[in-house]
Design a protein around this ligand. Structure first.
Ligand code: ADE
Ligand code: ZN
Length: 342
């Protein structure tokens, strides 16, 4: 194994798995404004410069306010298709080979866009990605945690009709003072129906929310989870049970979870034996897609080939892909690192 730092080209070409991506968070500023004009949706920003000025986030909520306003530009199945297809092409350029993609049904249904319209567009793009790009992908609807548990249950019942398209259900949005237990009923119900569960926890919220997501919601993965290091017992549990964390480095810096990429705790998570993965969260808002995130931690934390390879292996292990697809992804990763010897 080479001891020198991985080259940028090597990092960009590394086969990748993306497990924490909000499709609404891939809406680039110019696309958002063009869609809003085409769909006659009024947005508070006159142009791209004004919109970009609103991206000076101070915390999660300040981002979510812009993100939900921006999502209102999406109206038709074609819009959702175009959004997802643009991401698939961008992801393929970063050699993302498998993805499990979040979307927020309530962000759309609460403004009168039927769930079927959203899913129709997204599913069409993902089917095209499989045949044209060799990129496999599944969807994960997330419940908005700033809304009620009852609203989440109603959303789940709407989603269940389309369940064959979904790899799991998730929980996202404002974390502060919104503990996972508020959603105990809907998660019990979806698990009883045989669905997997994931949840955002320990991004801004305390490590106790990670414990609660595991104990009450019985999630298979924790989205973010970076605050787990504040609780040594929790770290031991996450390591023992190999619970994956879908970490989003550039997001964490842009939302001020860490001041600088050099302060990010990804290396400490790996050193603690955790199944940490690298993901992009909302790349159009946080200044980077998958390769940008990998490059940021490679340079900022001085990661070597072995650490990168572990991150790649973790992404495959943490995914909900079937065994045959995992074997293909593993072979591609192996071939990439074998070539590093040449
Ligand atoms: N929705 C989109 N991005 C999110 C994040 N980073 N945390 C919580 N909810 C989100
Ligand atoms: Zn997220």
């Amino acid at each position: 194994m080479p001891t020198d730092a991985p080259s940028d080209a090597f990092v960009r070409a590394m086969p990748k798995v993306e497990l924490h991506l909000h499709i609404e968070g891939t809406l680039e500023p110019a696309t958002m404004l063009a869609l809003a004009e085409r769909n006659r949706v009024a947005l508070p920003w006159a142009d791209v410069d004004a919109l970009r000025a609103a991206y000076a986030f101070v915390d999660l909520q300040s981002f979510l306010d812009v993100y939900y306003a921006g999502a209102s530009a999406l109206q038709h199945a074609e819009d959702f298709h175009d959004l997802a297809w643009a991401w698939c092409e961008r992801a393929a350029a970063d050699n993302v080979q498998h993805a499990e993609i979040f979307f927020d049904p309530q962000t759309h249904t609460d403004r009168g866009i039927a769930l079927d319209v959203v899913v129709e567009g997204l599913v069409a793009a993902l089917a095209r990605a499989r045949t044209e790009l060799g990129l496999t992908a599944a969807l994960i609807p997330c419940f908005l945690r700033h809304l009620s548990g009852e609203a989440a249950t109603a959303t789940y019942l709407d989603c269940r009709r389309l369940g064959s398209h979904f790899a799991a259900f998730g929980l996202d949005s404002s974390e502060r003072d919104r503990p996972p237990r508020l959603f105990a009923d809907v998660f019990a119900r979806l698990r009883a129906d045989g669905f997997r569960a994931v949840a955002h926890a320990g991004e801004e919220g305390p490590p106790a929310y990670i414990t609660e997501a595991l104990d009450v919601l019985k999630v298979a993965r924790i989205d973010h989870g970076v605050r787990c290091l504040e609780d040594p017992d929790l770290v031991r549990r996450l390591a023992r049970d190999a619970i994956p964390l879908t970490v989003c480095p550039l997001s964490n810096v842009r939302l001020r979870v860490f001041d600088r990429i050099e302060d990010h705790n990804l290396r400490a998570l790996l050193d603690a034996g955790l199944v940490a993965t690298v993901n992009s969260d909302d790349p159009a808002y946080f200044g980077g897609y998958m390769s940008d995130n990998f490059l940021a931690v490679t340079h900022g934390l001085g990661l070597d080939h072995a650490a990168l390879r572990r991150l790649g292996e973790h992404g495959i292990a943490a995914s909900f892909a079937d065994a045959a697809r995992k074997a293909e992804l593993g072979a591609a990763l192996q071939a990439h690192f074998a070539a590093a010897h040449d």
